[in-house]
Design a protein around this ligand. Sequence first.
Ligand code: FES
Length: 116
Amino acid sequence: MNQIEVEAAQLPQQDGDSLRLSEGSHDIALFRVGDELRAIDNVCPHNGASLSDGWIEDGVVACPWHCWQFDTKNGECLSVTGCDVAVYPVEMQGDKAVITITPLSAKDNKPQRMDA
Ligand code: FES
């Protein structure tokens, strides 16, 4: 089981802050949403923008390129049906966050780039 560990000092601290993480072929966006840390695929399935560079409000991140919206809780794409992103479990272990690279959802399909 692959995991990424992030020290507390490096974690997103404020609501809406984000951090981009890489592990092998995985590119993950870690967000602070209130008291929670949420991890989703970082690559937007539309055209590949980095979702960690997007804007987040009420747990929904808007892609920085064309504003597709994704719910960071379950990876659902709120803009286009069937373009969801994977969600990864995040657990605090002592003073570190551990992101397990096994998706919580069945949406672990590789992002499919779509023409605009
Ligand atoms: S690349 Fe994300 S909405 Fe276009």
